[in-house]
Write a protein that binds this ligand. Structure first.
Ligand SMILES: Cc1cc2nc3c(=O)[nH]c(=O)nc-3n(C[C@H](O)[C@H](O)[C@H](O)COP(=O)(O)OP(=O)(O)OC[C@H]3O[C@@H](n4cnc5c(N)ncnc54)[C@H](O)[C@@H]3O)c2cc1C
Length: 393
């Protein structure tokens, strides 16, 4: 009997037909972004592996790439740049751990970018070792009361919801005393102060929490289960930051090639550098495709750390190259005005790429979402099976 070479052929047909439905209602230039995303969600094409009624179709997550590719080819609007933390990390965490009611309340406004999300994990004394957070919470009836400080909170100033990791038990080992909440960023006692970056912008913030009250219904998992829930967020963060469904020669390498072609004079030394970067970018893209195919169960494993490590280091090298070949233009900065952007966009107002700013912003790639050193530790221990680092309980 002939073997079906595509184990997901029926699921693929379903996704294809939903994409057709969606694109029939898409008219470039006139379709309203929000209406498009609303229909995309209702047709189950937001995150195809999520359950029906929650922006998904209950099919293999590998089919998400089909949706991303087809929508990009059609020129459909993408919501990721407006709500990167919500789309990439908030949604999978909610789907995996929140109650049905809470998921229904949160997922659609998240996908429509009506409600932006941020991640309240890092603290002044807890970054790489995020399980060391000391922001505390105690229970008071049907509510929890939170006190402490978070830091480096990207887009907190634009957010409605924050994924909050706090300590609820100091009498057990550090990973066991954590609890995870979804915090309303407009709640009384939440104070958000901008932190300015090397680019001049304040994309991230300090967040002070003073007697902030959260309803118990906004807790994900049991008290003490926070580390498990946080791992879902962190693993999705790595996959999200490494950019999975990219097409060949897209993203930063595509920009570098475009820039190179526009130069009136080209040296063979730079051509050689670009060729090496192009090959590395292609290897990185293939690693990411492989990693995303491996996460069939819905929650990515340590493969996400491989993709995160490679793409962070490569991105820095690519923008080094761009500012080098731009000559003096590579060091002229158009505006160093302090601003608090509402998205993670690097383009100038006229839509052209701001290479000096992209170069400076890329310095953060090997810090945000876990540093390159931490990615190497994870790969060593969980992929290569090397002995574990000594840990503090
Ligand atoms: C642009 C940007 C956006 C961010 N957005 C957010 C956000 O939205 N929400 C949020 O919660 N956090 C956010 N962060 C924080 C980020 O997750 C932390 O900066 C990161 O995890 C590193 O923590 P740290 O800064 O405390 O450095 P530390 O943990 O203090 O590390 C300092 C240095 O020591 C190294 N190091 C630490 N431990 C080890 C080890 N065991 N082995 C080897 N080397 C080690 C690190 O690699 C690093 O070089 C953001 C950071 C940046 C740069």
């Amino acid at each position: 009997m002939a073997q079906d070479s595509d184990p997901y052929s029926r699921e693929r047909d379903l996704v294809e037909s939903q994409i057709e439905n969606l694109l029939q209602n898409f008219h470039p230039g006139t379709t309203n972004d929000r209406e498009f995303w609303s229909l995309q969600y209702d047709l189950g094409l937001a995150w195809v592996h999520f359950a029906r009624g929650f922006g998904g179709l209950g099919v293999s997550p590998s089919l998400g790439e089909l949706v991303a590719t087809r929508l990009a080819q059609a020129g459909a609007p993408s919501n990721f740049i407006l709500n990167p933390i919500g789309i990439g990390m908030g949604a999978p965490t909610v789907m995996a751990h929140a109650s049905t009611e809470l998921s229904q309340r949160l997922l659609k406004p998240l996908f429509l970018c009506d409600e932006i999300w941020c991640q309240l994990f890092s603290e002044p004394g807890a970054g790489s070792d995020v399980a060391s957070v000391i922001t505390g919470a105690y229970r008071d009836g049907d509510e929890w009361v939170i006190n402490g400080q978070k830091v480096w909170t990207t887009l907190a100033h634009a957010s409605k919801w924050g994924m909050l990791l706090v300590r609820t038990d100091t009498g057990v080992s550090k990973h066991k005393g954590l609890t995870y909440f979804i915090l309303n960023m407009q709640a009384k006692g939440v104070e958000i102060r901008p932190l300015r970056q090397i680019t001049g912008e304040a994309e991230f913030n300090e967040v002070y929490l003073t007697d902030v009250r959260i309803p118990d219904g906004h807790r994900l998992g049991d008290p003490g289960d926070g580390w498990k829930i946080a791992l879902t967020t962190l693993m999705n963060e790595r996959v999200s930051l490494s950019g999975t469904a990219a097409e060949r020669e897209s993203g930063s390498i595509g920009e570098a090639v475009h820039l190179w072609k526009s130069l009136p004079e080209k040296s063979s030394h730079d051509r050689d550098r670009l060729a090496r970067l192009w090959i590395e970018a292609e290897v990185s893209r293939l690693v990411n495709i492989r990693a995303s195919q491996l996460r069939l169960a819905g929650t990515p494993g340590p493969e996400g750390s491989v993709g995160k490590l490679i793409s962070a280091e490569l991105n820095k090298k690519i923008y080094n190259f761009c500012v080098d070949i731009l000559g003096p233009g590579g060091i002229t900065y158009s505006s160093y005005e302090m601003s608090r952007p509402a998205s993670i966009k690097i383009e100038r107002e006229d839509g052209t790429r701001d290479f000096p700013k992209a170069f400076l912003r890329s310095r953060a790639n090997s810090i945000e979402g876990g540093t390159s050193e931490i990615m190497k530790n994870i790969i060593g221990e969980r992929v290569l099976g090397l002995p574990r680092e000594p840990t503090v309980k």
